[in-house]
Design a binder for this molecule. Structure first.
Ligand SMILES: [Zn+2]
Ligand SMILES: [Zn+2]
Length: 350
């Protein structure tokens, strides 16, 4: 790696020496910028956090509260609390010799990409992002960068998403089938982001609907609602009457609940899974789901390429995923592109 680079892989994330901060580090560091609250980007134990104002509540729920959310108990003062700084999108702040601006990434509520202006040029770091419409979060906002560091979780040409409205049609039709057969419709999806997006899409079509939620989804769903996202009435499965059969009811659960004893509550259920990974047919069968819905909070292959163009970057670095195919494709298009492996930096002293 040449020393012209503003950022370099470190602590499972990216380190910026000019600003003395890390982006999405997986190990504790003195100063972290967090793009969003998914566990592969946000970890506790760092001293200082910078994130979007709209991500502060979710981040606190996932990694522990910052100084402001303290209960004021003086006994707690001897344990240093992390310092959480919330920033409005598009409002620059200075860290070391750099000027940092957060822009909406369109991935989940409060998700940002990070733009860093410095003597070594302007770099953009994507975190995770998507370009498809999502009623639960602000849309991705492009801005010029010299270097664009892009996630590529789905960085293969096979990953092309159907229109969201088409997938919501499929979910509704499946739920109707379950209803007609008096079976519980158990829909598995990630507890942060995907669950709330599916709920927001469904309630827009079915005002007055209600849904049962696995306990792991409850606090995050409450945070979305508190931030003004329109969601249906949600009922915790744990508070259902004894003997409730959930016939024809929609139940949302995280993938970790699939195959657990918790599922015994839903006799004769049909299991659906909502994920970009459902684009590959074998994944549904292998994971034992009855139905797979291709609905992702990540950019698909065309959106990854469109975003390189929209950022007007001449150099691209791929992270988070198998980045070689995308880097190779971009090189064929005449761009300077390479793949970095951030996970490789986790071994040091971990
Ligand atoms: Zn994410
Ligand atoms: Zn991620």
């Amino acid at each position: 790696m040449n020393n012209e680079n503003l950022l370099e892989p470190s602590a499972g994330g990216l380190y910026c020496a000019a600003g003395d901060f890390w982006i999405d580090p997986l190990r504790p560091v003195p100063r972290a910028i967090i793009t969003h609250a998914h566990a592969d980007h946000a970890r506790g134990g760092s001293e200082e956090y910078h994130t979007a104002e709209s991500n502060k509540a979710i981040l606190a729920a996932r990694i522990g509260a910052g100084a402001e959310e303290g209960d004021g108990d003086p006994a707690a003062e001897d344990k240093p609390r992390p310092d959480h700084h919330g920033h409005e999108w598009g409002e620059p702040f200075d860290l070391g010799d750099t000027r940092v601006t957060l822009f909406p990434a369109g991935h989940i509520l409060g998700s940002s990409w990070v733009r860093i202006e410095s003597e070594q040029g302007t770099w953009g770091v994507s975190g995770d992002f998507k370009r498809a419409p999502d009623p639960t979060c602000a849309a991705f906002q492009p801005a010029d960068c010299d270097v664009w560091v892009t996630e590529c979780t789905f960085g293969l040409p096979v990953y092309r998403w159907p229109e969201p409205s088409v997938v919501i049609d499929q979910i509704e039709a499946w739920w109707d089938e379950c209803r007609a057969a008096s079976r519980p419709a158990v829909l598995f999806c990630y507890a942060l982001g995907k669950a709330q997006r599916v709920l927001a899409e469904l309630v827009a079509r079915r005002p007055g609907m209600r849904v049962w939620l696995h306990g792991a989804m409850r606090p995050l769903t409450d945070i979305y609602r508190a931030q003004g996202v329109a969601l249906p009435e949600t009922l915790p499965v744990s508070e259902a009457e004894k003997g409730e059969k959930f016939a024809g009811e929609l139940v949302l659960a995280p993938p970790s609940a699939a195959g657990s004893t918790w599922m015994r509550r839903f006799p004769k259920h049909s299991a659906g899974f909502v994920s970009g990974w459902m684009r590959i047919r074998g994944n549904r069968r292998r994971r034992g789901y009855d139905r797979g819905f291709v609905f992702s909070d990540h950019a698909d292959w065309p959106a990854l390429i469109d975003t390189v163009r929209d950022q007007r970057a001449e150099r691209v670095i791929t992270i988070h995923g198998n980045g070689e195919p995308l880097a190779g494709y971009l090189r064929e298009q005449g761009l300077d592109a390479e793949a970095w492996n951030l996970r490789a930096t986790m071994g040091e002293g971990a």
